[in-house]
Design a protein around this ligand. Structure first.
Ligand SMILES: [Zn+2]
Length: 338
């Protein structure tokens, strides 16, 4: 364990260390991969965990975590009444290669939580669960559209059909500047970090999903100040030094959406996807979302909306395969004041 960079006064409070697991690859049979963790505060509740980089092609969350760590490193022990653990690069090997999956075993780490331990990603998931998830009272798991999707930036909460986040969860979600909150049900198969956190009774767990098709300073700042707000609102951070930065970006969510099994629209053929509508557009059942044009015959296959709702995502790249999810349409289950 070693002290992080920061002022001398807080050197006994801020610690950084590596959470290790072993992988076997072509060059070494037992290489240790250490995932950096930075902690601030006394160790007492509220204990807040910010985890990013479970997918290695989603850079907004990691960037926000690094910037937040620097802000917190400048504060003194008296500024914290709780504890925070920050993990910018949860799936370090995937981050280093800019991949969604872990190069050690080509698995999606976010399908490995709470599952039998078969390969390296399961070991990493188990380590994260026992060392970090179990420790925390409040968890924010940071994701984005990655290389695969353009998303309407939003917050997600595993609540199931028809459920809207309320109480403490909603209060913390409103620390962010997002207009949209989505209640999500299991995509099938389980194993996600958020599913597992909810199973373990971490009911304050939610994710941010920024538009991952491009990385930009605005998205990073939105996440950064949202995380800061969670520390302030939860009572973890007592310092008001940066409150003006947070308050100026804060925004109560204006709509609650439901992302269920019927939200995912599947490509029925390979081809070149041409969108017909914009992200955030309202759709009725049967409305045109886009078309998939065959690269060999130029034949067009229409993609239509299965439900009434809002277009939340489409592919970041036009090249799609049969079976790919080419659109996410979410039903509106609540609006501001409703
Ligand atoms: Zn992700």
């Amino acid at each position: 364990m070693s002290a992080t960079a920061g002022n001398q006064e807080n050197a006994d409070m801020a610690t950084s260390y590596g959470l290790g697991y072993r992988v076997s690859d072509d060059r070494n049979a037992a290489r240790v991969i250490e995932t950096p963790v930075v902690r601030f505060g006394s160790g007492q509740s509220p204990r807040v965990l910010f985890i990013a980089g479970i997918h290695g092609d989603e850079p907004e969350g990691p960037a926000a975590c690094i910037k937040l760590s620097r802000i917190l490193a400048e504060l003194s022990p008296a500024d914290f009444s709780g504890s925070v653990a920050i993990v910018p690069f949860a799936n370090r090997l995937a981050i280093e290669q800019g991949r969604r999956t872990n190069p050690a075993d080509s698995r999606d780490l976010n399908r490995c939580f709470g599952k039998p331990v078969l390969t390296e990603s399961h070991v990493l998931a188990q380590t994260i669960e026992t060392e970090l998830m179990a420790w925390a009272d409040i968890i924010v798991d940071l994701h984005s559209g990655g290389r695969g999707y353009s998303f309407v930036s939003h917050l997600e909460w595993i609540g199931g059909e028809g459920a809207a986040p309320g109480g403490r969860v909603r209060e913390l979600m409103d620390c962010f500047g997002y207009d949209t909150i989505a209640t999500v049900s299991d995509m099938g198969g389980g194993g996600s970090f958020d599913d597992r956190a909810m199973e373990l009774g971490k009911t304050l767990s939610f994710s941010t999903e920024t538009n991952g098709a491009t990385i930009n300073a605005r998205d990073i700042d939105t996440v950064l100040w949202g995380l800061y707000g969670v520390l302030r609102k939860s009572g973890c951070l007592s310092s008001q030094v940066h409150d003006a930065d947070w308050q100026s970006r804060r925004n109560e969510a204006k709509r609650i959406l439901y992302m269920g099994a019927e939200s995912y629209v599947t490509a029925s053929t390979d081809g070149f996807f041409i969108p017909a509508v914009k992200l955030s557009d309202a759709l009725q059942p049967g409305d045109l979302i886009g078309e998939i044009v065959s690269t060999s015959t130029l034949e067009s296959t229409l993609v239509t909306s299965p439900i009434a709702g809002v277009l939340m995502a489409h592919p970041a790249s036009a090249t799609v395969r049969h079976g790919d999810c080419v659109a996410v349409v979410c039903a509106v289950i609540g609006k501001k004041g409703a």
